[in-house]
Design a protein around this ligand. Structure first.
Ligand code: PEP
Ligand code: MN
Length: 399
């Protein structure tokens, strides 16, 4: 096998100019350098037991493994799920950016402050399907914030099956969303449907949502990626995980460095559920990529009664965030009323999600004010300074 270039994760702070390294016949495993001695030993023993261990750079948080002659995705997937392993970089990986992208990042809140996504943080995103009017939005946002959600969701530009159905309030809906998020100290995620609206939606929100129907709208992915905003990418209703990861790769390739994947159900043969919520996608995506994974049980089931159990299951499956739709009076909602939680459903759901998240070792995220927050879980970048010199690309070859 020839030498190849590996894209390094963002955050290689010690040598920021190095974005790629050259490696030859190796898979590179990046692990948390602050793991306890016994956890490091277990990792090392596991690596040895594969018969492929070449070197264990404990200080650098890097382990070199011989690449198998024939690409072996199961082997790489097992390594990725090992506790403390942050990334596995391999020549055979078709999505090099998805496996080396940031596993955790901060997003900004309109009006100041931020929120952490991924790497042990747990975020609850809640809000209406669509912005309908200022009063309904205000009641919804207030209920979400007081129940402990840290991020408001809601559509101003709605992708609807029928062109005659309510399409959202557009620009004025965005203004209402931004004002509600600011008033309640929440981050804001909202969908952008049209590449021509990216700048506008980016200027009003914390995170851009790419809806299920747009997952493979490649010009939109490129435009959103180039905006540099955090992105919530929803899985297409009939997309394989390979196609989903390919779409994320478009965003990363175009310049996004804060991308979260959102499982929201896929079409199945069962008519009584809106979609089939694929919770196995959570560990499966985590085995293939370093990106945080969000689960949306509202679109995933289409039925408000099924949202709390599936939200709980999502936390247990390893989701970094859960997104739920809410409406003060779902019977009057202009879209997706049947799957909207009522405001009074939020506090009990919050209590149980919080306990489950803590049980799973996740830290429930409350928005923090400017200046960061003591104790916020942060990704620990590995030290590129400790990389073997032979891996460093000569300056002339650097992109
Ligand atoms: C939404 O979250 O507003 C939405 C339209 O969902 P999806 O794209 O998953 O259908
Ligand atoms: Mn909806």
């Amino acid at each position: 096998m020839a030498a190849f270039h590996v894209l390094l994760p963002a955050g290689a702070a010690a040598r920021p100019e190095i974005t790629r390294i050259r490696a030859e016949n190796v898979a590179i495993l990046i692990f948390d350098r602050t793991l306890s001695g016994s956890a490091l030993n277990r990792l090392r023993c596991f690596a040895e037991s594969t018969g492929r261990l070449r070197a264990f750079h404990r200080e650098a948080g890097i382990c070199e493994l011989a690449e198998p002659e024939v690409p072996d995705p199961d082997f790489l997937a097992r390594m990725r799920l090992w506790p403390g392993v942050l990334r596995v970089l391999s020549e055979g990986d078709p999505f090099p950016r998805g496996t080396s992208a940031r596993a955790s990042f901060e997003i900004e809140i309109p009006g100041g402050g931020g929120l952490r996504f991924g790497a042990g943080a747990f975020v609850w995103i809640a809000g209406p399907c669509a912005v309908e009017d200022a009063g309904v939005l205000e009641r919804t946002a207030r209920a979400c914030a007081s129940a402990g959600a840290s991020m408001l969701r809601g559509g101003a530009f709605k992708p609807r099956t029928s062109p005659y159905a309510f399409q959202g309030l557009g620009r004025s809906g965005l203004d209402l969303l931004a004002a509600a998020a600011k008033a309640h100290g929440l981050a804001l995620v909202t969908e952008v449907l049209d590449p021509r609206d990216v700048e506008l939606v980016a200027s009003k929100s914390s995170m851009l949502q790419i809806g299920s129907r747009s997952m493979q709208n490649f010009p939109l992915l490129r435009e959103v990626g180039a905006s540099g905003k955090p992105v919530l990418l929803k899985r297409g209703g009939a997309a394989t995980l390979e196609e989903f990861l390919g779409a994320a790769e478009y965003l990363l390739e175009a310049g996004a460095d804060r991308v979260a994947l959102c499982e929201r159900g896929v079409r199945s043969f069962e008519p009584s559920l809106r979609n089939l919520l694929d919770l196995a996608a959570v560990p499966a995506l985590k085995a293939r990529s370093s990106l945080p994974v969000v689960v949306d049980p509202s679109h995933g089931t289409g039925n408000r009664s099924f949202v709390p159990p599936m939200a709980k299951a999502a936390v247990a499956a390893g989701a970094d965030a859960v997104m739920t739709e809410v409406h003060p009076d779902p019977s009057t909602a202009r879209s997706d009323g049947s799957q909207a939680l009522r405001c009074e459903d939020l506090p009990p759901l919050s209590r149980v999600l919080r306990r489950l998240a803590e049980f799973e070792g996740r830290e429930w995220q409350e928005p923090f004010r400017d200046g960061g927050r003591e104790g916020a879980p942060a990704e620990r970048p590995f030290s590129a300074a400790a990389l073997p010199e032979s891996w460093i690309l000569p300056e002339a070859e650097r992109p």
